[in-house]
Design a protein around this ligand. Structure first.
Ligand code: EPZ
Length: 418
């Protein structure tokens, strides 16, 4: 299953390059189903979730070639004949539910297993299905599958999202680009990954305006041409390395990072005393002598990202003073706290609020990654502990961080994978 062994206490120094974003590449892969022909995606990270998504597209009949060395995936969707996504692939990554919209748009039908819940919450898909119904699809759920079909083409509609769901926005956007007429998605998610998907769809000939705002307008087209698309850098990976430098008393340069995508994280770290310089395509981070406690509340973009909450909880355990962290997006995203407490953290949980007593010096321990970002939080704590930390179940970490230990080694960290 793989274990990371970390002998911490080393200030991180040097330069690290951020990989393409997991949460941009997954919808981009699904979007290739909207066209016939060969699409090419570039700067693709070598992540478990990307391989799983490639297997899913192949199971639908696409010819997928993931050249890991060149960081490039080519997908020929001429031969997509299937419209049923296999259970074992959908069950392993939630992002695979994103094939529903494109299959519905392209084939008029889709049959996808209901994605399971995961460590961080139940993660329903009701908003996705509400959107597909509004576009004219008939939805049936049963035996753990969702089946959607439409006679002929989808018809454009006005869709209001009760919550600015990232996945629902992406799925409905992809379904709408081949629908007849205009679609308006209101209260849409505004994450950079939505903008990146819209950019790719427009390059394929779609008519999409307003991505990045809470109202996205689409005028359906009859056909889309294959894409050539470079995915945006992973803002969560960049944020994680920013915290790693700030927590270990280090000084690093993060290349291929778009500071525009990290405004709330940069603001909070500056508030906490960290020195940050934003260049065109990179971010420079220098740790202060002591970091100060700050309060954090997660919100949909452009608020503080929920995907940085676990890492920030580890960071605040070391800061001077007491902090409060409120997780408003997912109902169970404090799984990392019990593991951090095994390393000396002093945190009290009250519902969706965590009260963090600062000034902790982490101590090495044997801990377990319970989900992707919780695993990242444990790595951060291990990098600070003067003695040895062993993190098990690191497959969670490999889902979203490319060669994490190699990148940390280039910054001087003593971390090995066994
Ligand atoms: C995406 O998940 C990301 N995953 C998540 O990243 C991220 O945490 C999340 O957005 C929020 O930013 C991918 O992009 C593959 P949501 P998604 O739909 O789309 C509720 C990571 O660590 N909801 O915005 O599933 C839901 O229960 C992962 O990289 C409904 O109620 O997130 C949750 O409380 C974890 N009904 C909230 O919305 C729906 O139909 C946010 O979910 C859909 C969502």
């Amino acid at each position: 299953m793989g274990v990371f062994i970390i002998d911490g206490g080393i200030p991180l120094k040097g330069t690290v390059r951020i990989s393409g974003a997991k949460n941009a590449i997954l919808p981009a892969l699904a979007a290739c189903l909207l066209t016939e022909g060969k699409s090419v995606l570039r700067d693709v990270p070598d992540l478990e979730d990307v391989h799983t998504m490639c297997d899913l597209l192949a199971s639908l009949g696409a010819k997928v070639d993931f050249n890991v060395e060149k960081r490039e995936i080519s997908i020929d969707t001429n031969s997509v004949t299937e419209y049923t996504a296999p259970y074992e692939l959908v069950n392993s990554i939630r992002g695979s539910f994103l094939v529903m919209g494109p299959l519905l748009a392209r084939k008029g039908r889709a049959r996808v297993p209901l994605p399971g819940g995961c460590a961080i919450g139940s993660r329903p898909v009701d908003l996705h299905l509400k959107g597909f119904s509004a576009l004219g699809a008939t939805i049936n759920t049963g035996h753990g599958y969702v089946e959607a079909h439409v006679k002929g083409r989808l018809t454009g509609a006005r869709v209001y999202l009760d919550f600015p769901s990232v996945g629902a926005t992406e799925n409905i956007l992809m379904a709408s680009v081949l629908a007849k007429g205009q679609t308006v998605i209101e209260n849409a998610a505004t994450e950079p990954e939505i903008v990146d998907l819209a950019t790719m769809l427009v390059s394929m000939g779609a008519n999409v305006t307003g991505a990045g705002t809470d109202t996205i307008r689409v005028i359906g087209t009859d056909k889309l041409t294959p894409a050539e698309h470079i995915v945006i850098p992973d803002r969560i990976e960049a944020g994680t390395f920013m915290l790693a430098a700030a927590m270990t008393g280090g000084e690093i340069t993060i290349e291929n990072a778009m500071s525009d995508h990290l405004k709330p994280v940069i603001a909070k770290l500056r508030e906490s005393g960290v020195e940050i310089a934003e260049e065109l395509n990179c971010i420079y981070v220098k740790a202060p002598e002591r970091t100060k406690a700050v309060d954090v509340k997660t919100h949909p973009y452009p608020g503080f990202p929920t995907d940085m909450q676990a890492q920030m909880t580890a960071y605040l355990s070391q800061a001077e003073g007491t902090s409060m962290v409120v997780e408003t997006i997912f109902e169970n995203r404090f799984m990392h706290i019990s593991e951090l407490k095994r390393m000396g953290a002093r945190i009290k949980i009250d519902g969706r609020t965590a009260i963090i007593e600062g000034g902790v010096r982490f101590l090495g321990a044997q801990v377990r990654a319970t989900d992707l970002r919780a695993g990242a939080a444990l790595i951060l704590a291990g990098l600070c502990a003067k003695d040895r930390t062993e993190i098990s179940d690191i497959y969670h970490i490999d889902r979203g961080y490319e060669s994490m230990e190699k990148k940390l080694q280039t910054l001087g960290a003593r971390i090995v994978r066994v």
